[in-house]
Design a binder for this molecule. Structure first.
Ligand code: B1M
Length: 856
């Protein structure tokens, strides 16, 4: 039986303490490590040499890969073994099995179900062993399909596919795993957990970065290093995509972010197609020279990826022939680190830095949020996340616990959707360990768990989860006797929490102690005790401190004034992470001002940018007189407040804002309101499209990543749906039939859908063939329906070639057909060049052209 059969199973056993073994802190002693040399590698004192590319070698050997190269392990074992052997002879200590795509999905879809996962791994390991491999690495590549929310596959299904590979590899006798070429942090997390929970072998895990230093989904080398390290992999690093010289700066950044050994398997450069063959430009000598600098920078595990062959490996063997590491790298300075797939928040142990934890996603006392959670709607939760990000939060607390809802399901949905719509790391907040596990397990990043406390039962439930999933944790200073009154007694509980955490391998740098704020109206003398407790914990335990700030003012007037004053005092006592409403301009003023005084805002640049020209409500009027009255202050602060409760302003500006921030929940109502006074096409051309353009520009500048592009597209689509519902139907029907499609390889369909909406409205019968449409499907439709006019859309330079191919096919096979092309990437000249009959710059133009074709 596997260690993880089902989520409840793990949690329930953990709750009773019986499953502690499944969650024991990962250490080298608990692993099955082939020999002392491999152990030395994992300890960072020895180099290790992998092999190089497999695909290019298969081609060079004349082995026809057919549908899936992995099947060659069964069909052509001698050929695969010969390639492995060439690498062994060149010096490779690790041979990677030819199983990159050997998951059930691919074996069924592309391999025709000819072999099972077990059969492929068994044959692959046999090939590697027969070649004389010293160590055999079970190779696991991406599943080839996107995980939710970007794609359709669930985390749990991805996990199960990877677990099948892991079990098959273990049965076949691998010595370690190499999980590689991953671009999605959530997918690599599923693979790592599958390896960790279904084997006791070392895990090597690498991600693939683009030239801008981010993976396809926006993960940086630092985020990858911190998250994979926290998950417990033994070796982490980079593979594929670029040559070693281009990857060297990324490798350096990884080495600076983790104490684990770093591995790099670069390509022999970016692949180019020349005369129908894929070629790589970097020679073995140049490759080795670039790898040498990486070795000097602290990279410990070497090898090659696409385009490399035994000649490259032979030179790398020469580079690290003694295998002894020249000098141990300096340890990475301790810090509390929290990540999302795109963002790293780091609070160094050696200095005082502030991270604001947004508290608004918590149903306590919030009727709208409670109602949304009861309805199962996450739009409001996502809106709160986006607002807090815009207001300056660094981390989002996520609490969706209501007695009458399924909290496990709700937290999964909230985590999934917040990860898609915001860039901020999350803090999973629940008193139910099942909900905590459901949230942290499926989160693409290293979250904070809120919270553990000094109660034995709670520590037994929460620390195993924190250890297993590599999280940070908030420790509350309360225990079976409640919250103590004195600073000393609070400190004593914190000390117990830190000691228990150590048993689970969770060091003080991963802990935030919350000394629990009491209200000044009933416990006035406690405020000083709380601040003293913060100072004691900071100075003596080496932890960071969090506080829920606003409790201090319950029952008193001018709460924001008291809270902001307390916040400043708490910063002085050492508070690192206030849990607060970033929508309060007053609190954020205090945070930004403190960041200047704390030398955190270097050169006060952030402060000056924000406050230069600020109309200070307390400014003494010229000529003397009293300082601003409280009323003035409240008005001024209110004017700047962008609190989450504030309704979305119903003007054109808000369409732009709603699309850019990806709020699909509010956009329909705002659009409907504007349609009362605006022409639909004016809204589309004047507001929606410029907003999408701005999103595209931010994406270009690297300020936005794919999840945000997606969220904006969905918001725009929700607005267009509202326009479509309300657009007056045209009187004239059935003027002619038109087929519309976004061309093969391109999934952008917003523009095409607008064109369809307008042409429908002009009375044409539109056959919308969707997006990513094969030329043959368009031709078949044209023939079946006797269509005279086709509209093609393409938005990427890479898909214009497919547009040209479609036009050629239509003109050749359906004489007399007319083709209109459109899409932001096209120009009239280019349209003519690829053989289009018409170019439409926008939807209105396509209606004019249709009129010419049918009536003209
Ligand atoms: Co993508 N994307 N995107 N994207 N995306 C662009 C196009 C991009 C320019 C952004 C950028 O880098 N600045 C860039 C292309 C770069 C290039 O090749 N030159 C890009 C990229 C790179 C990508 C990905 C590769 C990102 C990645 O994964 N790393 C990926 C590609 C996936 C694929 O297609 N294989 C990708 C994915 C996505 C989302 C899924 C997240 C989403 C699309 C959602 C969807 O469409 N369902 C998306 C979005 C939203 C955009 C931007 C931001 C907006 C596109 C849009 O809808 N514009 C875009 C940046 C930009 O264009 N500013 C960008 C508004 C739309 C109304 O305009 O389609 O031009 P448009 O339509 C107009 C006219 O052109 C004309 O009428 C329309 C209405 O007036 N028209 C026709 C269009 N088709 C017509 C057909 C006709 C007539 C008129 O026939 C009769």
């Amino acid at each position: 039986m596997t260690k993880r059969a089902k989520l409840d199973f793990i949690c329930d056993l953990t709750a009773s303490g019986a499953n502690a073994a499944a969650y024991r802190p990962r250490s080298l002693d608990g692993l099955r490590i082939a020999d002392a040399d491999l152990r030395a590698v994992l300890e960072g004192s020895r180099h290790l040499l992998f092999d190089g590319g497999m695909g290019t070698m298969l081609q060079a050997a004349g082995l026809e890969a057919g549908a899936l190269p992995e099947l060659l392990c069964i069909d052509e074992p001698a050929g695969v073994t010969a390639i492995h052997r060439a690498y062994v002879e060149a010096g490779s200590e690790v041979i990677t099995t030819n199983t990159f795509g050997a998951n059930r999905l691919k074996l069924e879809a592309e391999g025709g179900g000819r072999a099972t996962v077990e059969e492929v791994f068994s044959a692959a390991v046999r090939c590697a062993r027969e070649a004389g491999a010293r160590y055999v690495a079970g190779d696991i590549g991406p599943l080839g399909t996107l995980l939710r929310p970007l794609g359709t596959m669930s985390f749990d299904d991805a996990y199960e596919l990877f677990a099948e590979e892991v079990r098959a590899a273990v049965k076949a006798g691998v010595d370690l795993f190499v999980i590689e070429t991953m671009t999605d942090l959530l997918e690599i997390k599923a693979a790592v957990l599958a390896a960790k929970e279904n084997s006791d072998l070392p895990i090597f895990a690498t991600m693939t970065f683009e030239g801008d230093g981010r993976t396809f989904l926006g993960t940086s080398p630092e985020v990858a290093a911190v998250t994979l390290d926290a998950l417990g992999v033994e070796v982490l690093g980079i593979n594929c995509s670029l040559g070693p010289a281009q990857l060297a700066p990324f490798a350096r950044r990884m080495v600076a972010a983790t104490d684990k050994p770093v591995m790099v398997q670069a390509n022999a450069g970016l692949p180019r197609v020349e005369g129908g063959r894929t070629v790589y430009d970097i020679s073995p000598a140049d490759y080795a020279a670039a790898v040498e600098t990486m070795v000097a920078d602290g990279v410990r595990v070497l090898g090659g990826c696409c385009g490399t062959d035994p000649d490259y490996i032979r030179l790398l063997d020469g580079l690290v022939s003694s295998r002894a590491v020249a000098a141990p790298p300096a340890p990475v300075p301790a810090a509390l680190t929290v990540t999302s797939a795109q963002t790293l928040v780091s609070l160094p142990a050696a200095s005082h830095r502030i991270a604001v934890i947004g508290e608004r996603i918590n149903p306590t006392g919030k009727k709208r949020l409670q109602a949304a959670l009861r309805d199962g709607s996450m739009d409001y939760v996502v809106g709160q996340g986006i607002s807090q990000q815009e207001q300056g939060a660094d981390i989002l607390d996520v609490n969706v616990g209501l007695p009458e809802i399924d909290e496990v399901a709700a937290i999964q949905a909230a985590v999934e959707q917040l990860s898609a719509a915001t860039l901020l790391p999350l803090q999973i907040d629940s008193t139910d360990p099942h909900a905590v596990e459901a949230g942290v397990r499926r989160y693409a990043g290293k979250p904070i768990v809120n919270s553990v406390n000094g109660k034995r039962e709670v520590m037994d439930q929460i620390f195993p989860l924190v250890a297993h999933y590599g999280c940070d944790v908030i420790g509350l200073t309360l225990d079976e006797d409640g919250i103590p009154d004195t600073a000393e007694a609070r400190f004593a509980i914190a000390e117990r929490i830190v000691a228990e955490a150590a048993r689970w391998g969770v060091g003080p740098e991963r802990i935030l102690i919350d000394c629990l704020v009491m209200t000044a109206s009933t416990n006035q003398r406690q405020v000083e005790q709380i601040l003293r407790a913060v100072s004691m914990c900071k100075e003596r335990l080496g932890v960071k401190c969090a506080l829920g700030v606003s409790n201090v003012s319950f029952g008193l007037p001018a709460r924001e004034l008291l809270n902001a004053t307390f916040l400043s005092a708490a910063f002085g006592a050492g508070l690192d992470a206030p849990i607060m409403n970033p929508g309060s301009a007053r609190y954020m003023d205090a945070v930004r001002a403190y960041r200047v005084l704390n030398a955190e805002d270097e050169g006060s640049a952030g402060f000056i940018g924000r406050y230069a020209g600020w109309a200070d409500p307390y400014k003494v009027p010229a000529g003397g007189g009293a300082a601003g009255a409280a009323g003035t202050a409240a008005t001024a602060a209110g004017a700047r407040a962008t609190g989450p409760g504030a309704p979305a302003p119903a003007d054109e500006g808000s369409i732009r804002q709603l699309v850019i921030s990806g709020r699909k929940g509010d956009i329909a109502a705002v659009t409907e309101g504007l349609l009362k006074t605006h022409d639909p096409m004016e809204l589309i051309n004047g507001h929606f499209i410029p907003a999408l353009d701005e999103v595209g520009e931010r994406f270009d500048r690297g300020e936005f990543f794919l999840p945000q592009l997606m969220a904006s597209a969905e918001a725009a689509r929700a607005g267009f749906d509202a326009i479509k519902r309300l657009m007056p139907a045209s009187d004239i029907r059935q003027k002619g039939a038109i087929a519309l499609a976004t061309v093969k390889g391109d999934i952008h369909d917003i523009g095409k859908n607008i064109v369809k909406m307008l042409l429908d409205n002009y009375g044409y019968t539109v056959f919308d063939l969707g997006r990513d449409v094969d030329p043959q499907v368009i031709l078949d439709t044209v023939r079946e329906r006797g269509i005279k006019l086709v509209g093609l859309s393409a938005l990427m330079t890479t898909t214009v070639a497919n547009m040209e191919e479609t036009i050629e096919l239509l003109h050749a096979e359906a004489p007399g057909i007319k083709v209109i092309v459109g899409g932001a990437v096209l120009t009239p000249e280019y349209a003519a060049q690829i053989g289009a009959d018409y170019y439409a710059k926008d939807a209105a133009e396509s209606a004019r052209i249709a009129e010419e074709v049918f009536d003209g």
